[in-house]
Ligand binder design. Structure first.
Ligand code: TMP
Length: 253
């Protein structure tokens, strides 16, 4: 069997060379990590759920005109994506205080913020992805001021889309992380949403009960991560119910 060339292996995904130049295949693993990989487990089915959910979110973004690296889902665990030059930043949007922000500022988790707040972390596992101000980003040349303005506006559009989609199924989008890539068309550069959008990279709380339906279930030992992600997928009509219930063939007399 022909072997594909592995381009990169991260904590939750593997990138392989794609079928055409400028494309990659993104494979979703079942591995879950937390606290910069101090805590690890294999969560059966997580990769399949995240592949489907990511497809759903990326397709929705494309339909409302937000550019992404996503081309199409290939199978249960893989999607075809455009090769991009990843900007080494985690772009985090927060609607309510939670996680590291709540801890840093001594805020109660769930406290609402006066407006969505966009913040940046420098992508470096060895340093624990430290929060960085815009000054650092520009001074160190990771992105220009124009890039940052465009990134903030992309991030806020993703926030509006994701908040609305989640609100429609009774889920509050507390915060999320995205990554941004550069795509070159000759000398013209465009910024696109890259990496993944899934419950691994969002905080999602049930609007009635406050139940967590995201990776905090794993980070904080709150129960089954597969059950939480399956609940999100079911509410969005992504899977598994609509995958297994194909219409029966009808006999034509
Ligand atoms: P934080 O509160 O831990 O800074 O996380 C903010 C959001 O970013 C949360 O939805 C989880 C997500 N996130 C990732 O996707 N990857 C990461 O490495 C980190 C630290 C956070």
């Amino acid at each position: 069997m022909a072997r594909r060339k592995k381009i990169y292996e991260g904590k939750a995904k593997i990138l392989y060379e794609g079928p055409e130049p400028g494309t990659l295949v993104q494979y979703f693993k079942d591995d879950a990590t937390a606290n910069n990989a101090e805590k690890r487990a294999v969560v059966e089915g997580k990769g399949v759920l995240n592949n489907r959910l990511c497809e759903f979110f990326m397709n929705g973004l494309t339909q409302i005109g937000v550019p992404t690296h996503f081309i199409r889902r290939l199978n249960m665990r893989e999607q075809l994506i455009r090769q991009v030059e990843i900007i080494p930043l985690e772009v985090i949007v927060r609607n309510s205080a939670a996680g590291s922000m709540a801890k840093r500022l001594g805020m109660e988790e769930g406290a609402s913020l006066p407006r969505p707040i966009v913040e940046f972390s420098y992508k470096d596992d060895a340093l624990g992805d430290p929060l960085v101000p815009e000054e650092y980003i520009i001074a160190f040349g990771w992105a220009t001021q124009q890039d940052l303005d465009d990134i903030v506006s992309l991030a806020l559009r993703v926030n509006d889309f994701m908040s609305g989609v989640m609100f429609g199924v009774g889920i509050k989008l507390v915060d999320f992380k995205i990554e941004i890539g550069r795509v070159w068309d000759n000398e013209f550069m465009r910024l696109v949403v890259a990496d993944e959008i899934s419950p691994d990279s969002c905080r999602l709380w049930d609007m009635e009960t406050g139940q967590k339906l995201d990776k905090d279930v794993f980070r904080r030992d709150l129960g089954s991560l597969t059950d939480a992600y399956t609940e999100v997928a079911k509410r969005l009509g992504v899977m598994p119910s609509n995958v297994t219930h194909r219409p029966k063939p009808t006999l034509i007399n």
